[in-house]
Design a protein around this ligand. Structure first.
Ligand code: SAH
Ligand code: DHB
Ligand code: MG
Length: 222
């Protein structure tokens, strides 16, 4: 079993069930041309995010880690006309590319990108008394996942769904002796989820065009 086969299967599934369109193609094309790393979610993962947010009936979505706005577009497409999405991004250049991509996708009125270190922006949202979010997608620096989870809980309500990307990283997550801060961050995050009585969570391994990784799905009970 190889990444080449995973990619062929993804190509098949994506062409049937998560086909691209002009806005998504242009988003990836312009992101690449602008020098952004190609670490966006795969199309079928993007559609999974859209469907999870739809199943949740989300009207307010929070994303941590915008990059070029590819996952942002999938998530925002789940929203009703009066819905909104706030996406947090450290790099001003990424945010500029994402804004152009999101505007071209016709979603500019629903999406706000806040630039800065996500921990600070999240604290700002809490301080300004932001209404709770229905769906939260954590996908920024992996070192930050423990803090993003703790702060996300403060921006949640009973019923909020939290999804976190990249929790397996080629299996590195099982290396308890790792000195990689990203691995340690993801492990600490999973331990926080496991020990947090206000949530129920799970994590699932995935293979596909983006390699071998996985995601966590968390339900906020109270
Ligand atoms: N969700 C995107 C991919 C995000 S990649 C998609 O699937 O399309 C991770 C992003 O997080 C990068 O753009 C990176 O600049 C950003 N990031 C890294 N550290 C951050 C921090 N401390 N605060 C906010 N964003 C951060
Ligand atoms: C990386 C980050 C991601 O969010 C991702 O999906 C893949 C890779 C990274 O930082 O390498
Ligand atoms: Mg990711």
């Amino acid at each position: 079993m190889s990444e080449e086969l995973w990619t062929r299967v993804d190509d098949y599934l994506v062409s049937l069930l998560a086909p691209s369109d002009a806005a998504l193609d242009a988003t990836l094309g312009d992101s690449s041309a602008a020098g952004l790393p190609e670490i966006n979610v795969a199309p079928n993962q993007g559609k999974l995010l859209e469907l999870l947010a739809r199943v949740r009936g989300a009207k307010r979505i929070l994303e941590i880690g915008t990059l070029g706005g590819y996952s942002t577009i999938w998530l925002a497409r789940s929203l009703p006309a009066d819905g909104g999405l706030i996406s947090l991004e450290l790099e001003p250049h990424h945010a500029d590319v994402a804004r152009a991509n999101i505007n071209r996708a016709g979603l500019g009125a629903m999406v706000e990108i806040r630039v800065g270190p996500a921990v600070e922006t999240l604290r700002g949202l809490i301080a300004e008394g932001a209404a709770p979010f229905d769906f939260i997608f954590i996908d920024a620096d992996k070192e930050g996942y423990p803090a993003y989870f703790a702060l996300s809980l403060e921006l949640s309500r009973p019923g909020t769904v939290i999804v976190a990307d990249n929790v397996v990283r080629n299996g590195a997550v099982v290396d308890s002796t790792s000195s990689d801060e990203r691995v340690l961050g993801v492990r600490r995050f999973l331990e926080l989820v496991a020990g947090e009585p206000r949530v129920e969570g799970t994590a699932v391994q995935t293979v596909g065009s983006k390699g071998y990784d996985g995601f966590a799905l968390i339900y906020v009970k109270e």
